[in-house]
Design a protein around this ligand. Sequence first.
Ligand code: SF4
Length: 328
Amino acid sequence: MVSFLSVVHDRLYAWYQANGRHDLPWRQTDDAYRIYLSEIMLQQTQVKTVLERFYFPFLKRFETLQSVAEAPLDDVLKAWEGLGYYTRAKNLHHTALTCQGVLPKTPEELGGLKGIGKSTAHAICAFAYRQALPILDANVKRVLCRYFALHVKNENVLWQKAWELLDTKRPFEYNQAMMDLGSMVCTSKNPTCNACPMKLTCQGKTNPESYPQSVKKPKIPIKKRFASVVIQEGKLGLIQRKERLLHGLWGFVQTDKKPEGRFLGIVRHTYSHFKLELEVFQPRYCGKALDGWFDEEAIASLALSTVDKKILRCWRSMMMKSIISNTD
Ligand code: SF4
């Protein structure tokens, strides 16, 4: 007898067959490292950006997890440059060292590695090893909340529902189809229920946007600080960051106290939990210990965060203005 669940799955696969993003490179491999890399890159970054700018260059530099393990952290951070959320790169390096270049094959062992949560562990196992495990990324959570009419996004309940709906015979197709459904049809705004393969049995289709109930996000605070571009004999003085945010990356000194010197401009940057507004100065002296002096060519080989690149551009543009006004 045909079960209710198999009818739901068949409709889902028919839709996925016709509409799914089958050509994504991490869907065309069973190499656990490549799948793991895509999973962590996609945690905070859109598919298009990862695909067009980061996935292939990173793999060109680090073809295997073993090559990540053999490289210094600085090189991994450099290859991650521009992607942001650098903790991901540090965790990747840590994982490569911990498992000596070979990822384990169970969700429990994978989940014990730094930066690999339960859903990522399940994704690696389902996609690389075809294990019957559900995944629960943001898109799948939204589909489940609506399909089961859940107002509250409770992790335990969602995992229970994810297991209920899983196709244990085809975990690869099932999970990929659910992710695509969430990103292409059951979108957070204006879901297209008419085109949805789940519409006949979906409990939330009459008012999909009410599932889950939206939680008002707190306003992001603005932090105002100062950045110093210190120059000595044509070289720029940099520090290698030791604080948690941007740890390991090179950059300019930031302080809460206004430095004395020439004002260069204002640099703004938005992080996930705050906005940073930096007044950039070229001080006469820097009271803080610096970790190195670099000319511009040497700086190009260092891993710099986006905000430090903005500071560098701010300094460069002020230098150009000075040169132009001096030659007028
Ligand atoms: S019918 Fe609508 S609300 Fe339900 S899963 Fe499909 S797109 Fe989402």
